[in-house]
Write a protein that binds this ligand. Sequence first.
Ligand SMILES: CC(C)(COP(=O)(O)OP(=O)(O)OC[C@H]1O[C@@H](n2cnc3c(N)ncnc32)[C@H](O)[C@@H]1OP(=O)(O)O)[C@@H](O)C(=O)NCCC(=O)NCCS
Length: 257
Amino acid sequence: MWEQIREDVRCVFDRDPAARNVFEVLTTYPGVHAIIWHRINHWLWQHNLKWLARWLSTFARWITGIEIHPGAHIGRRFFIDHGMGVVIGETAEIGDDVTLYHGVTLGGTSWQPGKRHPTLGDGVVVGAGAKILGPIEVGENARIGANAVVVRPVPAGETVVGVPGHLVKRAKAEQAQKRKRAEQLGFDAYGITPDLPDPVENAIYSLLEHIHAQDRKLEELTEVVRQLGGDVGPVQLPELDDAELDKKSDETRRNSE
Ligand SMILES: CC(C)(COP(=O)(O)OP(=O)(O)OC[C@H]1O[C@@H](n2cnc3c(N)ncnc32)[C@H](O)[C@@H]1OP(=O)(O)O)[C@@H](O)C(=O)NCCC(=O)NCCS
């Protein structure tokens, strides 16, 4: 336990540039006080001194503003920055090298006994004010944006923001795919500005998506008509497969350089 506490103190220097020395960290960081109390309380909880563990965790809450149920499993090198308003429920499980900011709740959504709080993988960072609710899993190295409300599992390495929480990178990848499709059909929104949301750009992307879906439907219908013996004309629609899109966008980029 003492080695764990030593690691909890040392890890502050990697995650808070404002930390200057061990004395300062030990005397001015409520997040550090809270995890030291929790290491002791969790030990008491596991050795069946449950009331004492709960009373000491309540005492720790009075002085730190951080509420950690003594039953919560917390991995090594855990850091809560600022801390005020953090709540960690009884069945929460937290991996190694996890960072929480103030106002984070790892809470439950049901009054049923049993696992009802989240599980956070190694290296997860949870932004200020975020709520992660229910027995869901947040994969390794995922990042939860400030004030997000997360009620669904988060894959490893992803970033989630907003209410309800949604994946950031996936949204970006979808946007990139739409751009590629549009480029192939001759529409170039880069002339406007790539980063500003433009209503006309969005409308055209939606139309292109719609046309793409219609093409697919038409192909399926044509195939069925053919199978039923119908005579369908030889007109071939241009293919829109992803590999071809990649090739064409590379060509377009090379030509414009
Ligand atoms: C989410 C976070 C980790 C950044 O992740 P990232 O992958 O670097 O994301 P980006 O900064 O590229 O932003 C991606 C998109 O998410 C949006 N976004 C970022 N953080 C957000 C948040 N907390 N809530 C809502 N949207 C957010 C951005 O505006 C951007 O939107 P866009 O694609 O429409 O332009 C960061 O913004 C965050 O919230 N960190 C918490 C830090 C914190 O709590 N600090 C407290 C210190 S006291």
